[in-house]
Design a protein around this ligand. Structure first.
Ligand code: DQA
Length: 140
């Protein structure tokens, strides 16, 4: 199986950014853990702070990268604002699982609204770095 892990803005600071909310593990730590836990999965990793770059990557994964079976997406703050990312998810054939390290429903009101949830296969929120592993399990 080929699964892409796509992360949005500020996720490059994971491990240093508000560790009391997002934990101490870096994106690289998460990548290593996933590769170790799922040796049979061919993973692609992508992170961008830019909305347009995330839209372009979803399009690329959907139509230009051969054999992608599913996508795990932490759109970070764009979750709550981006119709463009929601449209990109709708436009591609693969299932997309929305993930959040923090429990977005236990935080500020604006984080309770996800523009991407209605077009995702499912959403996992609040279990720290384990959300990526749970999402991969949901896809395989
Ligand atoms: C986040 C939650 C978002 O509300 C926030 O903007 C993030 C990270 C999470 O993983 O908990 O940047 O997606």
């Amino acid at each position: 199986m080929k699964i892409a892990i796509v992360n949005g803005p500020n996720m490059n600071l994971l491990g240093r950014r508000q560790p009391e909310i997002y934990g101490c593990r870096t994106l690289h730590d998460i990548e290593l853990s996933l590769r170790e836990e799922f040796p049979g999965v061919d993973f692609l990793f992508f992170q961008s702070n830019s909305e347009g770059a995330i839209v372009s990557e979803l399009q690329r994964l959907g139509y230009d990268e051969p054999g992608v079976d599913g996508i795990v997406l932490n759109a970070a703050a764009y979750t709550h604002t981006s119709l463009a990312i929601a449209d990109a998810i709708s436009a591609i054939p693969q299932p997309v699982v929305e993930v959040h390290l923090s429990n977005v429903y236990a935080r500020e009101e604006i984080r309770r609204r996800s523009l991407i949830a209605p077009v995702c296969a499912g959403s996992i929120s609040g279990f720290g770095a384990a959300v990526y592993s749970l999402a991969v399990r949901a896809l395989i």
